[in-house]
Design a protein around this ligand. Structure first.
Ligand code: ZN
Length: 594
């Protein structure tokens, strides 16, 4: 049983790890200037934009925005957890990590997950044996009718069969000494009101659902005949949370990485038949609507997805949501709509892999498809256009990123033949306060206001020894970005703590940057930090002084602006006491500024 890793051991591992060496084991790096450059292992590219900094021990890809330190690199490339990555590096660098004792709670949680994994594994074996038994004949015939004959394939996906009856699996578990309460927790056994245990899956073809590491965590069951429900899935359990997994990913993640994109389908059968036909970079959403977590999961392997999409009404609705998720998750999505209402399973069995690949190669982007087919067509009847505008507005207002939102506004305005400004105004009305901030530029958008604050943070990350002098000026109080102010404080504390790291001052650039919750801010800072330092060593003190001055000027300006607005309001309200107070405040500010 693996327990908690002591912090000093993590520091030791980090101190002994060289990120350039480590990454060189996976990709070829070439030295260019101060950094190393190579082809990104996380997205498909022809010109290298994957940058590794030796002195800062971080990496950043200008193509896909992935970045981190040695530990994050290992986690991403091998799909392992943080402790696993640390242990891996410890073995490489000869650091001995003592096996500490876990707390009782940790132990219980870990052991329940382990036990559930084991029970699921046993059940998968049991189901798959049933499929090969005489009782599984009907299920085998059903599979073969759908083009799945290859036992190697059913082995590959561990397809199985749940016998038709109430106590088969239950009996199997009892014979193996598995506590039924635990099997109930795994979702395999259910309980009547009277407390009687019975099999959840009966007379169904079974698809074991695996997590990315290949542990069986849940099951999907397809009825063979006409009954309802057609599909039955395991309920959530300590090892299975809906919407966090993608069916087939454990098998296909390597192919996805190699081909540079993933094909996303809806159901088990589509996934299995496409794989069977040699389309190996395919995954399925398990019949539910796509979730944010699933997009994140995809993003770990590729930034490009082809969604094979069912164009019925439900599908159209789902597409708006999926598109939002892909846009937010920085995933480029294309859409394939198969002709004549074919589903992927039937299509590939009828026309073959080549034909499907041909369609995929010419698939439009989801944005194009959406604008073209769902938002509507130009020059229709007035009611139709106004309907389309309405749909577009509510969709655009849901996009978080201001830049993407504006791009969309432009495209939709062109498409519908309406005025861009008009559409912008409509969207602005529909925006929620949280995403409104970034749209227009009323005085200060966060991009503008924090630029100089960001450069001061950047300077501190470049010149650690300047940190105390900079922060002694109290400049953090003048930061307008709360996030960057908090980051400045972190820098201060980390610098004070000092010691223990390769730079001997205890600053882990990536960990510090990673404290930023705001994703775009985090990416901007990473980008700044990994680029060649734009600062001239000789004039750095002057530069710092200038930057500090600029930040203060900006702060006073903003303060003055607020005072002025208040003053106008007080004048309008004939509140002269308030006016005098505000005028004095302004005077004080002015004196302070000099
Ligand atoms: Zn990349």
């Amino acid at each position: 049983m693996k327990g908690h890793i002591p912090a000093d051991k993590i520091e030791e591992v980090k101190g002994r790890t060289d990120i350039v060496h480590l990454i060189s084991e996976y990709i070829t790096l070439k030295k260019t200037g101060r950094n190393f450059l190579g082809l990104c292992p996380f997205h498909k590219e022809k010109t290298p934009s994957f940058t590794v900094s030796d002195d800062k021990q971080i990496f950043y890809c200008f193509g896909c925005g992935q970045g981190g330190n040695a530990i994050t690199f290992l986690m991403k490339i091998n799909n392992i957890s943080y402790p696993e990555a640390v242990r891996h590096l410890a073995r490489k660098t000869g650091v001995v990590i003592p096996e500490t004792v876990m707390s009782r709670e940790e132990k219980e949680r870990a052991s329940i997950s382990e036990q559930l994994n084991r029970i699921n594994q046993m059940a998968a074996g049991y189901f798959s044996k049933n499929l090969l038994s005489p009782a599984g004949k009907g299920a085998r015939e059903y599979l073969s009718n759908r083009g799945i004959q290859d036992t190697a394939l059913s082995d590959n996906f561990r397809l199985g069969f749940a016998l038709d009856g109430w106590r088969h699996l239950r009996g199997f578990f009892e014979s193996q000494g598995v506590p039924l309460k635990l099997a109930e927790q795994a979702g395999l056994i259910a309980k009547t009101d009277k407390g009687d245990f019975y099999d959840r899956f009966r007379g169904r073809l079974i698809f074991p659902i695996e997590d990315v590491s290949g542990h069986v965590i849940a099951f999907g069951g397809r009825i063979l005949g006409d009954g309802e429900p057609k599909y039955l899935n395991s309920p959530e359990s300590p090892v299975y949370v809906k919407g966090r997994n993608l069916y087939g990913l454990a098998k296909t993640r390597e192919a996805i990485r190699e081909k540079g994109y993933a094909i996303l389908v809806e159901g088990y059968f589509d996934m299995v038949t496409l794989f069977n036909a040699g389309v190996t970079n395919v995954i399925a959403t398990l019949g539910t609507a796509l979730t944010k977590d699933q997009v994140k999961l995809i993003r770990r392997y590729t930034g490009d997805v082809v969604v094979i999409f069912d164009p019925d009404e439900g599908g159209k609705k789902g597409m708006a949501r999926s598109l939002e998720l892909f846009l937010a998750g920085n995933v480029q999505a294309k859409v394939v709509v198969l002709p004549d209402n074919y589903d992927p399973d039937r299509y590939v069995r009828t026309y073959g892999r080549k034909s499907l690949e041909e369609i995929i190669a010419h698939a439009p982007t989801m944005v194009d498809y959406y604008i073209e087919n769902i938002i509507g067509k130009k020059g229709g009847a007035i009611e139709e256009t106004s309907d389309a505008v309405h749909r577009a507005v509510s969709f655009i207002a849901n996009i978080d990123d201001a830049i993407k939102r504006n791009l969309f506004i432009k495209r939709v305005a062109e498409k519908l033949g309406i005025d861009q400004e008009l559409l912008k105004t409509e969207v602005r009305h529909a925006l929620t306060p949280s995403n409104y901030q970034g749209t227009e530029a009323p005085g200060h958008t966060d991009t503008k206001a924090d630029k100089v604050e960001l450069s001061l943070i950047h300077i501190m990350l470049e010149y650690h020894d300047k940190i105390p002098a900079i922060l002694e000026t109290g400049i953090l109080d003048y930061f307008m970005s709360e996030e960057l102010r908090a980051l400045g404080k972190v820098l201060h504390e980390s610098h004070d703590r000092g010691g223990g790291n390769r730079d001997t001052d205890g600053l882990d650039t990536f960990l510090i940057i990673n404290r930023l919750d705001n994703e775009s801010l985090r990416e901007r800072l990473l980008k700044l930090v990994i680029d060649e330092s734009p600062y001239n060593e000789k004039v750095i003190d002057q530069l710092i002084a200038d930057t500090i001055k600029q930040i203060k000027r900006k702060w006073y300006k903003e303060k003055d602006r607020t005072l002025r607005t208040k003053l106008v309001k007080a004048e309008e309200a004939n509140d002269w006491d308030q006016c005098i107070y505000l005028l004095r405040e302004r005077e004080k500010e002015r004196l302070l500024r000099e």
